[in-house]
Design a protein around this ligand. Structure first.
Ligand code: NI
Length: 156
C-alpha cells in the first residue's frame, strides 16, 4: 500500500468525467488499497479515484461506522433533505453547507466484480453523493451555500 498524491482544486483533471471500470484486476485492488491509506492519512471520510489522479469510477466512503468500496456506483434512489457542512480533501481550507438528500440507495460493484446495493442516511448519504459527483467532474463548491466566498478566495 502507498499514500498517493492528492489532486487539488484548480487542476483540470478534477473537472473530467471518470470512465467505468471494466477490469476487476490487481490494479484495481492496488488502487483501492492505496485510496484507503491515502484517505486515512488525510483524515477524510471519502475519496474518489480522480482525487489521486485516476479517471475511473471508483470511490470509497467511510461514514456512520461503515466503510465501503463502490465501483461504477449509481445512485438509484434518494429521499428527504439534509443541510450540513461539507469539506473535500481536494479543496483545502474551505468548508461550507450543502443541501443533500437525507437517505440514498446506491448500487455498485465490489472489487471482485459482484453487484450490490447499499442504503445509508445522513453522513453516509452525504458522502456517497459527494464522491459520486467527483466522478462526473462536479465539486461540492459548485453547489455549496458559500459559493461566493469560495469564488472570492480563489481570486486572491
Ligand atoms: Ni471531495
Amino acid at each position: 500500500m502507498a499514500i498517493r498524491k492528492i489532486v487539488y482544486d484548480g487542476d483540470e483533471l478534477l473537472r473530467k468525467k471518470s470512465k467505468p471500470v471494466k477490469d476487476f484486476d490487481d490494479d484495481l485492488d492496488q488502487l483501492l488499497d492505496d485510496m484507503k491509506e491515502t484517505m486515512h492519512a488525510n483524515d477524510g471520510m471519502g475519496l474518489a479515484a480522480v482525487q489521486v489522479g485516476v479517471l475511473r469510477r471508483v470511490v470509497i466512503v467511510e461514514a456512520n461506522g461503515m466503510f465501503v468500496e463502490l465501483i461504477n456506483p449509481e445512485i438509484v434512489s434518494q429521499e428527504g433533505e439534509d443541510i450540513d457542512t461539507e469539506g473535500c480533501l481536494s479543496v483545502p481550507n474551505f468548508n461550507s453547507k450543502v443541501r443533500r438528500p437525507y437517505k440514498v440507495t446506491v448500487k455498485a460493484f465490489d472489487r471482485y466484480g459482484y453487484p450490490f446495493e447499499i442504503t445509508g442516511e445522513k453522513y453516509f448519504a452525504r458522502c456517497v453523493c459527494h464522491e459520486v459527483d467527483h466522478l462526473d467532474g462536479i465539486l461540492y463548491v459548485d453547489k455549496c451555500e458559500n459559493k461566493e466566498k469560495y469564488l472570492k478566495g480563489k481570486r486572491k
